[in-house]
Design a protein around this ligand. Sequence first.
Ligand SMILES: [Zn+2]
Ligand SMILES: [Zn+2]
Length: 406
Amino acid sequence: MLVDSVLIEPPMNERAVKAAMKEAERRRTKLLADADELKVARTRATVGALLDRWMNQHEIDATTRMTYESQIRMYIRPRLGDVPLVIFVREAAERLEPFYAHLRRCRQLCSGRPFVEKHVQDDDHDCVAAKCRVHVCRPYAASSVRSIHAILSGACSAAVRWGWISFNPMSSVRPPSKPRPNPRPPTSEQMARIVEAAWATSPEWGLYVWLSAVTGARRGEVVALQWEDVDLQAGVVRLDENYVRTPAGMLVKDTKTHQTRRVAIDGPTVELLRRRQQDCAEQLAALSVPLTGRTWVFSARPDFGRPRDPSALTRRYSRLVAKLGIDTSLKELRHYSATELLTAGVDLRTVAGRLGHGDGTTTLRHYAAWVGAADQAAATTIGARMPPGLSQRGGSPDRPTKRSRA
Ligand SMILES: [Zn+2]
Ligand SMILES: [Zn+2]
């Protein structure tokens, strides 16, 4: 609401009233013009303009910001950037739901007709050099589509607060449902082969895999370990930092839950870490550099001057397990940790504490799947203890083996 007022000047006679009325009329005209201008500004605002303004003042951590920015650039702006908010408010569900469905079918938003990627009709074109290949649709993950939904919801609710629109149309738009967690941890036998193979490549790499499996820590947490975080006396590692890639380069940030957690480690793990520390100290001594609390435990540099690149470790792990013919990924080590602990009868709260789940919901969401995996392992153990041969006579298929859990 725009308000203004005019005083009637003394001596407040008829003439003064007339003058005041005239001034009031002049100001009213100006207010109306202002109101028109505001209205135009509001109705002219586009989804793109809203996102610019929202991203400018929205407080989010560096990693989320990077994800949001790339999703806005790649998916939202090309599709909705020029759409006026007044229209978007009316058609949000109509526009977004088919868009979400399309993304879930193909992240490249192809038309569904077969085509060859990177191919161009040109005399100089060389399909081999250009690495042309037939396009195969790959769905955009449900969680990523949900992130697009979260961006638009957040921006629209800000637009309501700023008076740009009168209600948030996103509440009537249905995002794809949260994917059911489907952990497929390696079996203990597979785990042993993986650790051994990693160790054969290099003790540092072997220790990284070992420590990740034993602690159930996130990739970035293990990467960010410095010697001051490792208490060899007490047998505890402190996980309190996370090494992540941001637009400004690699950066150590707090863990997701912004809580330090201490995870106990067993004797053999302590021994391996002690040996690693000695190796590091010797290597540094050769460079006349002392090992300090700030020295990184895992580093690709001779002076251990910076932590390893987390995504490079994921790729390295994938290559390792592919060579062993095991279908798994680095993040399954967390599930491996949880499943093994539950199998061993450790209570859920302790498991959640070790994994650093900030709230119970994440743990509960995974619980059923973990218990399923743990139950499979239990069934295999019991099956292996039953007298052999009976199942063959009964005509049923193979006895379950330890591998059947994979
Ligand atoms: Zn081609
Ligand atoms: Zn496609």
